[in-house]
Design a protein around this ligand. Structure first.
Ligand code: FAD
Ligand code: SF4
Ligand code: SF4
Length: 416
């Protein structure tokens, strides 16, 4: 790591340039391979030999309890809430709760720096890891970028610069590695703010997708897959466009559009964070899970800036999840997915948000769908990895849909 070299960055943002990545077969370049001891990937990687029960005990003091509310789906948590900033922040992906927590940590002096993703100076959609040292500069990190960038490669420069207390905002594959190495990193305190993550891809692939959605894709400033089964686009001139999922031109995307990493990762809701800030159980608002005492403190930092409510839940997920599984089976078997007739699509696109699972039931459905994808895609493309990569909780989630481990696919099983 050459931490002397810095990328162009606004005031209050330090962006040392990461060193080179080492080639790894199943890898989202979380940054560990660029650290002084790249061999730590073996211990830190969620794609090699993850140990979720051990890290749950380390972070939460206990493993997820299937008898406790929704921990089967979302991992250990204390409170689950629907939330919104009363004053949504401009440029935020939703209302800006994530970056506001970072801002408050810096304002109150609780941390020396926040490690998060800003935009690349050449391409606003490309993530670039940065260390934010001034509260006002957290706005630089608002919004979602698509792609991978080596967040954790900035941990060593942060330590070398003398930062002792930091916060990290990351997606689950980054947070897994962070927790696996946390004790050896030498910081006094690391606050972990997790965002859920699914269906990430390279920034290059994402630009190809944008090109299918608008005549001038360079004018798209925002994209989100909303909980009401629509994609929302925003444009430089302030226009908004909402496209039902079923009308997206997905069949035009190449089959390798989503890398196997993102089709097979197993921790959708960022279970090892202190607090998870997402949207998918929020019915159009944000969705929070406080997971540790530290996570409660992070939430408390926002005081009455937040509107909080109990999350709702409606609809039944079993049918849509079964339909999804059928499609993944056909696609994973190399068969074309039989689409619904074009004339029916707008109707179903209109109906889905009204009759499909909503709120917590939608979040449960998405977690089950992701678990099904992980099993089926790994079975087809990397069956030898299944035994090490798929934790027991994923097998428990897919079992009601008739998906069980075959010989050699699960630790301690010879037969399904
Ligand atoms: C690829 C991707 C897929 C996601 N999928 C889901 C999902 O399926 N369900 C769900 O509930 N939520 C998902 N999220 C999270 C969601 O989009 C919002 O980031 C989250 O709800 C926080 O909103 P906010 O307004 O509080 O964030 P803001 O205050 O706008 O802050 C956004 C934060 O996201 C971080 N960030 C942005 N891009 C990246 C990136 N590429 N890699 C790592 N960190 C990044 C930044 O560091 C920043 O701190 C996803 C995020 C990403 C990056
Ligand atoms: S994702 Fe991170 S830990 Fe895993 S192989 Fe890549 S750099 Fe290493
Ligand atoms: S989908 Fe999974 S593997 Fe891909 S970036 Fe998100 S957390 Fe990482």
């Amino acid at each position: 790591m050459n931490s002397q070299t810095e990328a162009k960055a606004p005031a209050g943002v330090w962006a040392p340039l990461p060193g080179p990545a080492l080639p790894r077969s199943l890898c989202t370049d979380c940054g560990v391979s660029r650290m002084a001891e790249p061999g730590r990937c073996a211990q830190a990687c969620q794609f090699i030999a993850p140990d979720y029960p051990a890290l749950e005990r380390q972070v939460h003091g206990r493993e997820r309890d299937p008898a406790r509310a929704d921990e089967r789906f979302f991992g250990p948590y204390r409170r689950m809430l629907r939330a919104a900033m009363k004053e949504p922040r401009p440029g935020a992906q939703w209302t800006g709760i994530t970056t506001r927590i970072g801002e408050r940590l810096l304002e109150t002096g609780a941390v020396d720096a926040v490690l998060a993703m800003g935009p690349d100076p050449e391409d606003a959609w490309r993530p670039r890891p940065v260390l934010v040292t001034e509260a006002a500069a957290m706005k630089h990190c608002r919004g979602m970028r698509m792609g991978y960038a080596p967040l954790l490669s900035l941990l060593e420069p942060a330590r070398e610069r003398g930062f002792k207390r930091i916060a990290v905002i990351g997606v689950p594959c980054q947070v897994y590695a962070l927790r696996a190495l946390e004790k050896e990193l030498g910081f006094e305190r690391i606050d972990v703010i997790g965002i859920p993550c699914s269906d990430n891809t390279t920034t290059e692939h994402f630009h190809d997708f944008l090109a299918l959605l608008a005549e001038d894709p360079s004018t798209i400033t925002y994209l989100e897959f909303c909980a009401d089964y629509h994609v929302e686009l925003r444009f430089t001139d302030g226009r908004k466009k909402r496209i039902p999922f079923l009308l997206l031109p997905l069949s035009k995307l190449p089959t390798d559009f989503f890398p196997l990493t993102c089709r097979s990762c197993v921790d959708y809701t960022n279970t090892l964070a202190d607090i998870t800030v997402g949207y998918m159980g929020g019915e159009g608002e944000q969705w929070l899970l406080t997971r540790t005492a530290r996570g409660e403190e992070l939430l408390a930092l926002l005081g009455d800036e937040l509107r909080l409510a109990e999350p709702g839940s409606a609809g039944k997920r079993a049918g849509p999840v079964r339909g999804f599984m059928k499609n993944v089976e056909l696609a994973a078997g190399g068969l074309p997915v039989r689409g619904m007739p074009n004339w029916l699509r707008p109707l179903v696109g209109w109906l889905m948000p009204k009759v499909g699972p909503r709120g917590i039931e939608f979040a449960r459905a998405r977690v089950e769908m992701k678990a099904i994808e992980s099993v089926l895609h790994l079975r087809r493309e990397q069956p030898k990895r299944m035994k090490h990569m798929i934790p027991a909780q994923v097998w428990d989630l897919v079992e009601p849909y008739g998906l069980t481990a075959r010989e050699g696919e699960r630790k301690n099983n010879t037969l399904a």
